[in-house]
Design a protein around this ligand. Structure first.
Ligand SMILES: NC(=O)c1ccc[n+]([C@@H]2O[C@H](COP(=O)([O-])OP(=O)(O)OC[C@H]3O[C@@H](n4cnc5c(N)ncnc54)[C@H](OP(=O)(O)O)[C@@H]3O)[C@@H](O)[C@H]2O)c1
Length: 337
């Protein structure tokens, strides 16, 4: 109850920011980002577009990968019209395709750029059941598995960049408070909805993908610490805001829900604040593996703090992204038949 009141009035937390803080406000005193190169997924609209605009305003060089190069060029043009000195590279990437993720990373490598910031923001909230070209349920493939592989393939560059420049690398995974709506066995449910639409529930599938973002953060943070890498990873709930995320659900019911909850909704600049805060604030130098909401550390659901579940998801993900034909993930799902 107290939390709801705090959210509603925009009370600031320990960070000095709260639910009503905007991305511009939380980065006003951040260090100059002119030496920072950032990859931001899903920057063609919504929260990602605002995150990109504000980080460019603070001087960061941006790589904007997108399914549609036209949409990415338009996003770039909007940023450049406000900040003519911005350095922005647009590239092609469909996160639902593991081959596309691999292609993107090898093209990025040919640019020989350093990498300081990786913001895994892209996401979808599907309405209809679909399976990716790799045989994985589409929401999970897009929101989690594509980002898992992207991060894995970019990690060496990030660790190396941090070592050479002395500037800490940061990874921000954009999750959602909806992650707490998932309960049950993650791999079993993923197997069920990847094989058939019989058990498919769009909201449960979305919650599963967002819980996977939280667990990815936990396990990756543990591994980065073990490697003594100067790279942190945290995840965020941006808040609820009307964006194109609900594009497949447009209609009277969605309009009504947004109307009834309008007093609780954030604006897009407010929704991009937590990502920008976690990506740039010097106070978070030692903070890794954590979950943030309204620009303050918060607690994920119990399952989201479970180290053995995080390690289990990691192992399953390694199999799912493996190029080794013998590492077929069928046995993974078969284990639950
Ligand atoms: N809006 C909310 O209330 C809310 C709440 C909690 C968490 N979130 C999370 O916030 C993040 C941003 O969402 P948003 O609300 O800003 O939604 P949005 O406006 O729909 O933006 C989503 C972005 O993801 C991109 N994307 C979708 N599928 C992709 C794919 N297969 N490959 C590459 N890019 C893809 C979209 O690109 P296209 O232009 O190609 O479609 C778009 O740029 C998501 O992770 C979402 O789950 C949002």
């Amino acid at each position: 109850m107290l939390e709801t009141v705090k959210y509603f009035i925009g009370a600031v937390g320990a960070s000095g920011y709260g639910s009503k803080s905007t991305a511009e406000e939380v980065t006003e005193t951040c260090p100059d980002l002119r030496s920072v190169t950032a990859i931001i997924t899903g920057a063609t609209s919504g929260i990602g577009a605002e995150t990109a605009r504000v980080l460019a305003k603070r001087g960061a060089r941006l790589i904007l990968p997108a399914r549609s190069l036209k949409a990415a060029e338009e996003a770039k043009a909007r940023i450049v019209s406000e900040n003519p000195d911005s350095e922005i590279v647009v590239m092609s990437l469909d996160l639902s395709s593991l081959a596309s993720v691999r292609r993107f990373v090898s093209e990025f490598e040919t640019l020989r750029l350093p990498l300081n910031l990786l913001i895994n923001n892209a996401g979808k909230f599907a309405h209809e059941h679909a399976v990716s070209e790799d045989g994985i349920e589409m929401t999970f493939a897009t929101n989690y598995l594509g980002h898992f592989l992207l991060t894995k393939l970019l990690l060496k560059n990030m660790i190396e960049t941090a070592k050479v420049t002395g500037v800490q690398g940061r990874i921000v995974n954009v999750s959602s408070s909806i992650h707490c709506w998932f309960s049950g066995d993650m791999i079993r449910y993923l197997g069920e909805i990847s094989r058939s639409k019989r058990h498919y529930d769009a909201t449960r599938a979305y919650a599963l993908s967002k819980l996977a973002n939280v667990l990815h953060t936990k396990e990756l943070a543990r591994r980065l610490k073990e490697m003594e890498a100067n790279v942190t990873v945290n995840c965020v709930h941006p808040g609820i805001v009307r964006t194109r995320l609900t594009r497949e659900r447009e209609g009277f019911v969605t309009d009504l829900v947004f109307f009834l909850t309008s007093k609780f909704l954030k604006t897009i600049p407010q929704a991009a604040a937590t990502t920008c805060y976690v990506a740039t604030n010097p106070r978070l130098k030692k903070v890794t593996g954590k979950y943030f909401a309204d620009c303050n550390e918060a607690s994920p659901v119990k399952l989201g703090s479970n180290f053995s579940e995080a390690a289990r998801l990691w192992s399953a993900s390694e199999i799912m992204v493996s190029e080794d034909p013998k590492a077929s993930f069928d046995p993974l799902f078969n284990a639950f038949d």
